[in-house]
Ligand binder design. Structure first.
Ligand SMILES: [Zn+2]
Ligand SMILES: [Zn+2]
Length: 343
């Protein structure tokens, strides 16, 4: 099969073509696995982290890509959940052990044996891939292949961050620090599922703040602005520390800060020294991170996204142009979510 292959860590600043086009043996589905013929695969910031070593692949060569939409071409022994030809999606979660305490409790995202698609196992920057049948998710009919691809990462993890924030009752107030792709999906989901919940957005630039108000935020200000009220939970999607420290003082007693970032940058780490216990943490405030996604996060999110529906703006590239898409993402040339059209 044709694939775009990563042979080792590199830096996109000095290497504009980190992936090499090549031919790999067609994968064969093992027991309980499906063979997927890939149609589209979203291009995610996490791929930049993998290429540049912040979240390195567990081995090389590696085929990146964890927002995969395709059709079931063949099934391994023992599969019972799907039919050949069905359109399915594959997300960041490729597999987990299924037997540890975390897996048994439905927290397979925390499993010590967690394997990520396109980091630990070949992903969707290729014509075919395999996945355990439990982690292939039927795609609702309202979405085209390319519309569904970007939902499989930012949307699913955004949904998990809302779950972890603990918002339940309509009187809740929730804050969002940073207003990129994931946060704006989070705002749309909250507005749809919990229309009474008040959403406050902290963003550095005015364009993002205007957009947040248009989407229904009751207030939008800069990171250090004082909002009109305190919040039950705040979801942080920034790569840095200043917004976290500044936001903690806006939490109510017992409030929770949820950090939705796979890694934080060290650039402003000294900002953490401004942490003032009585102001930022006293009164049982909590800080919690979001790690990976579970199967039920992806399944529940796809149902919610179809019901709303969320239709992402998409920019398509042929598979061979994966390097171009990655480079443009790195340079923040963004006009909608970037998606590779494989077949
Ligand atoms: Zn496990
Ligand atoms: Zn992703």
């Amino acid at each position: 099969m044709k694939a775009m292959i990563l042979h080792g860590l590199t830096d996109l600043k000095s290497n504009a073509a980190p992936l090499t086009p090549g031919i790999l043996p067609d994968p064969i589905p093992g027991p309980n696995e499906l063979l997927i013929r890939v149609s589209t695969c979203g291009v995610c910031h996490t791929e930049l982290d993998e290429i540049e070593g912040r979240t390195p692949p567990s081995h090389f060569p590696m085929v990146l890509g964890h927002q995969v939409v395709g059709r079931i071409e063949a099934m391994g022994s023992g599969t019972t959940k799907h039919q050949t030809g069905t359109r399915v999606g594959v997300a960041w979660i490729h597999s987990a052990c299924g037997t540890c305490q975390y897996c048994r409790e439905g927290n397979e995202n925390l499993c010590p044996g967690f394997k990520a698609t396109g980091r630990d196992v070949y992903g969707g920057y290729a014509e075919y891939m395999t996945v355990p049948e439990n982690y292939a998710f039927p795609i609702p009919d309202v979405f085209t292949d390319e519309e569904a691809s970007p939902l499989l990462c930012a949307g699913a993890i955004g949904y998990r961050s809302i779950r972890l924030s603990g918002i339940r009752h309509p009187a809740s107030a929730i804050g969002l620090t940073g207003f990129g792709a994931s946060a704006h999906l989070v705002l749309k989901m909250i507005r749809h599922r919990w229309p009474e919940v008040k959403v406050f957005v902290f963003a550095r630039n005015e364009r993002e703040r205007v957009f947040a108000r248009e989407l229904g935020a009751v207030w939008a200000g800069d990171t250090t602005d004082i909002p009109p009220e305190k919040m039950d939970a705040i979801i942080d999607t920034t790569p840095v520390w200043k917004p976290v420290v500044e936001a903690l003082k806006n939490l109510k007693p017992g409030g929770r800060m949820v950090i939705n970032a796979i890694r934080k940058e060290d650039a402003d780490k000294e900002y953490l020294l401004k942490l003032n216990y009585p102001e930022h943490l006293w009164m049982e405030k909590e800080i919690k991170s979001v790690a990976n996604v579970t199967g039920s996060d992806v399944r529940e999110f796809l149902t919610l996204a179809a019901e709303m529906p969320i239709k992402p703006e998409v920019q398509l590239y042929p598979l061979e142009d994966a390097n171009k898409a990655l480079l443009e993402l790195k340079q923040q040339q963004i006009r909608g979510a970037k998606v590779l059209k494989v077949k």
